[in-house]
Design a protein. Sequence first.
Length: 120
Amino acid sequence: MKHEDLTPFLPLSPAVLHICLALVREDRHGYGIMQEVARESGGGCRLGPGTLYDNLQRLITQSLIEEAEAKSPDEDPRRRYYRLTDLGKRVLNAEIDRLEKALLSAKMHLRGSRARRNSA
């Protein structure tokens, strides 16, 4: 299988990363995404409607997310649901890998600087 180059999508902004994470387990509408981001981040990240909907539109244009069917027929027809596409899942995994490598590198550098200080 040919290796897919996902670097044009990376790095994800914090808002986009949180939006994608909110859509991993289930389709959500905009307000549901905002609630899930706030919950998952312990309130550390709160997306306003402008930030959310600008990013949703960009993610749709990039084919990372798509509109999904409403969960039930009695849903308000104006409410839009979103889901992560297969490409979106691959990009999210690539970003998680990138962040894990950055964290590992940072930890190694910090341990190295502590060891040098302790031996001095």
